[in-house]
Unconditional design. Sequence first.
Lengths: 235, 260
Amino acid sequence: MIQIEQLHKQFGKNVVLNGVDLNINNGGIFAVLGPNGSGKTTLIKSILGMVVPNKGTISIQGTNIKKNSEYRKHIDYLPQIANFPNNLKVKELIRMIKDLRGETTNEQELIARFKLEPFLDKKLGNLSGGTKQKVNIVLTFMFNSPLVILDEPTTGLDPIALIHLKALIQAEKEKGKTVLITSHIMSFVEEIADEIVFLLEGVIYFKGTLHELKTKTSQPDLEHAIASILTTNHA
Amino acid sequence: MLKILKYSFYDLMRSRWSYVYFAFYLLLGVVLLFLNNNLSKAIITLMNVIIVLVPLIGTIFGVMYYYNSKEFTELLLAQPLKRSSIFLGQYLGVALSLSMSLILGLGIPFIFYGLFKSNVIWDFSLLLITGTFLTFIFTALAFNIALSNENKIKGFGYAILLWLFLAVVYDGIFLMSLILFEDYPLDKLSLTGTMLNPIDLSRTLILLKLDISALLGYTGAIFKRFFGTNLGFIVSLTMLLVWVILPVLRIVSKSKRKDF
């Protein structure tokens, strides 16, 4: 699915990714974790082609993504901050993204699930942060792509929406898709992730299941496991 | 690209600012016609306003639109779309909606005043064409500035400086150099000087067409003598086109290499 070889990226003098090698072959939910500034977002944006790497190759489904835009048809991406053109209505935005990407599979069901019907005719500029995030989620999940990338998906969501989101992510996994998530909420990660990819100082420090991580660090839960990695590396 | 263009245009056409801009031109057109009671005179006054104002609005709007739609652009970048089509689409959306406000805002009062029955219709069309060119040029320059500056405040600052330089300072420097080097033949210098500034170029273009020697000034006189009215007209139009194409090419190449 995703093959990354020797990925290097620096912004000015700031080295963010320093030779990342990552192979994700099978479906499942992968959480990309790491302290602030460890390069999570840069890694995800490199996969999406939004950041141009200095060195290294990325292949999605066997094709090199360099100078290619068509491969993004197979990726659903939920960006971290949802900010849409303020003068468009929700309905129009959904229609627009559909127009750009092609037909959707379960748009109506998603709208119903997140109770967005009353907002369809409202302008995006008048929506609250949480509602915008719900629209964002609908836009991401309404396509049926084999790779789903979620950057901080829980931002601004109320508990009910959060439950729906978790169910959605699980459903995607059951369809055999690959889901890549970044989050700072460890309980959320612990609940849904199958595997952890831990980034530290621009390289992949750990990749494996939750259980492996806990045994490796001999800690009872994810939060402490992560904390113990960080303290042993920075002490 | 056309899809992005369609939606950017649609989005802007419903923004309050497009209407404010449109209403401003409508008011300006009506007031000028009312005060001057004469189509040609109103056109000359309009020229002086358009030549300074259109670049300003184009720059500010371009920079503002780019920074405001930044997150949305990121969403588009994750779609199977080419970078060049995203940015060209947005650029054309802004430039077209601004041009629409200008053309409709000025066109409507002039049409009601009896533009079609008068002989200044070509002068007026040229005014609108130059205004449109200036919109396209300065929106493109604004996008260039915004693409090169992550910092909003810096971007706005550079945009205003660019406008100030081309609309005001440039003329001052130009005039100073003409005075300083008055002992030398200045034809080529003043011609090149005019070519290099789209605002000067537009002014010369309109004045050549209106054929008002009193307002032509030194540059215009040279232009006229050097090219003859027709050639001068074609050369200045071509230069305006070059002024659109170069910044647009840079938008394409810059956006390809940028990290978002």
